[in-house]
Design a protein around this ligand. Sequence first.
Ligand code: FES
Length: 110
Amino acid sequence: MSSFIPVADAADLQEGDVLTATVGGASVVITRVGGVLYALDNVCSHDQSPFDEATMDGYELCCPRHEGRFDVRSGKATRFPAVWPISAWPVKEEEGRIWVDVAPQTRGAG
Ligand code: FES
């Protein structure tokens, strides 16, 4: 069953922006690359730190703590010291808002 929850106005997330939000008890990091939205766990797999103040470099989410990186299309770690992937959540833009589905069964790798 789909359980998308609105998390932000779509206008608040421009190309290459990164925002974090708490939705349904989960903390997520959301970005937009090539016009496509991506939502992933807001917990770096290296040191369990949030991605607050993270930046984007192409499709890579750059962790501000130790410069680990993740491909937002797959969740895979792309730069040491990050090694393990982070999970992704379904995300969509509709009615001018960004919606994320954090129902446990929707959680996926990347
Ligand atoms: S906490 Fe993200 S790379 Fe270390």
